[in-house]
Design a protein around this ligand. Structure first.
Ligand code: AMP
Length: 440
């Protein structure tokens, strides 16, 4: 006999189940609505791509590419990887579908799973979900340079405004926006050189990760959370004091534009992004109830990434929201997940009543009510108990009396009151009570 094996979801992955999945759907639906009002369209890129795409776009030195990707050799011996993020795919698609020929900028959003082999903990998974958006603008003849600064800054600010509009719509609590500028190809290398020199001087006092990053990615030392390093980092040179004139101008303009849009923010010179391709504007948004993994959104500008992937000179700005964390924070604020509930539990008894119950359920469902129709007849006492357990708002009682009189009984479970309705009257009553029914 085959050995009995108990299968479990792989470490860092999990099943999302009702009623929680209802909240996931609502969050995604809200994203679609809000992003749609800002003129964004949906893109659904594949979940795996050539490993080289991520190595090139995200950067071979990053933790994501060097340690965390799920890569495998396909049967034709090419190396493919589960996507650790989607910006690389969106840029690849922009090039592949010649989107520079469309009206610029091209505004796209996506939702879906990403994969990184991180150490799992609350709010950090190996399969997690992101909701993100990108604004891509291929440069036309004579475009680019300093004269584009006000335009770019307005685009940056509008993208942040869009995320905040989404979060406000969801009533996400304790939301804080932090912004920074990490310079450009002109000024950042000079700052990184200076930073590296200063870090060398304090190397002995840093932890192993930061010591390693002095060579590989010194900017990342700045977002170290290690308690013992905080005092040292506070004394390091700040990037905002080393921005070139254009970057400084752009940063000031982003702040002005955020002000115009009523977006409150805090500046944080230590905010750098883990991915190589960012430049100038970077931002991060945190929310309450998430402990150490409190970043729900990260984003920034990445002019030049499309070109790096073989496309035309193109500007880009985007963000990714961690949907798992967004959901955790929403649940935390409302104290656990809401019961899914039913609007109407149809309690029926008798063959004649079953036909009427089926027709009533069909009618109510077509009107959008959540209806539970038990497959077998039940004594009314048991049926009402069941209705209660399912979090039903009403029980529709269809028995011999109701069949004889044509008057149906509707019981409100919260207070036990009952009233009689004709079929038409019942529908009218339930419709008048919609809106405050059991919804997530
Ligand atoms: P990133 O793509 O690294 O800029 O991350 C953007 C957002 O995705 C973060 O702010 C998190 O909210 C979320 N995120 C990143 N990695 C994970 C993970 N392993 N598990 C859950 N959420 C994540």
């Amino acid at each position: 006999m085959a050995e009995k094996r108990k299968f479990q979801a792989i470490k860092g992955t999990r099943d999302l189940l009702p009623p929680e999945t209802e909240l996931w759907s609502r969050v995604e639906q809200t994203a679609r609505e809000v992003f749609g009002t800002f003129g964004f369209g949906e893109i659904r890129p594949p979940i795996f791509e050539s490993t080289e795409l991520f190595a090139r776009a995200v950067g071979g030195e990053t933790d994501i590419v060097s340690k965390e990707m799920y890569s495998f050799e396909d049967r034709d011996e090419s190396s493919v990887s589960l996507r650790p993020e989607a910006t690389a795919s969106v840029c690849r698609a922009f090039i592949e579908h010649n989107m520079q020929a469309l009206t610029q900028p091209v505004k796209l959003y996506y939702t879906g799973p990403m994969f990184r082999r991180e150490r799992p903990q609350k709010g950090r998974y190996r399969q997690f979900y992101q909701i993100g958006a990108e604004v891509l603008e291929a440069l036309q003849q004579g475009q680019g340079g300093a004269k584009d600064i006000p335009k770019d800054a307005a685009v940056d600010a509008e993208v942040i405004e869009m995320v905040m509009t989404f979060f406000v719509r969801l009533e996400l609590q304790g939301v804080k926006v932090e912004i920074n500028s990490i310079g450009c190809r002109e000024c950042r290398p000079k700052y990184v050189k200076l930073l590296r020199e200063e870090l060398q001087k304090v190397k002995e006092r840093l932890g192993a990760d930061s010591q390693r990053r002095i060579d590989t990615n010194p900017l990342r030392v700045l977002d170290s959370k290690l308690e013992s390093e905080q005092g040292i980092i506070a004394g390091l040179p700040r990037i905002d004091e080393h921005l070139c004139a254009d970057c400084a101008k752009q940063y000031a303009e982003v702040k002005r534009q955020l002000g115009l849009r009523g977006v409150a923010y805090k500046e944080n010179w230590r905010l750098v992004r883990g991915l190589d391709y960012y430049m100038r504007t970077t931002f991060e948004i945190t929310a309450q109830g998430l402990g150490s993994q409190n970043a729900v959104c990260g984003g920034g500008r990445y002019d030049g990434l499309v070109e790096l992937l073989g496309g035309p000179p193109t500007k880009g700005i985007g963000f990714a929201i961690g949907e798992d964390r967004l959901i955790l924070s929403l649940q935390e604020a409302r104290g656990g997940s809401a019961a899914q509930g039913r609007d109407v539990y149809v309690a029926w008894m008798g063959e004649k009543a079953q036909a009427i119950a089926i027709a009533a359920a069909q009618r109510l469902r077509s009107e959008g009510f959540r209806v539970e129709l038990p497959p077998m007849e039940q004594k009314f006492g048991k049926a009402l108990g069941q209705a209660d357990k399912l979090g039903s708002r009403y029980a529709l009682i269809l028995g011999d009396d109701e069949m004889a009189s044509g008057q149906w009984t509707l019981k409100t479970l919260a207070d036990g009151t009952q009233a009689k309705y004709t079929e038409a009257g019942l529908l009218e009553f339930l419709k008048s009570r919609k809106g405050n029914s059991a919804r997530v």
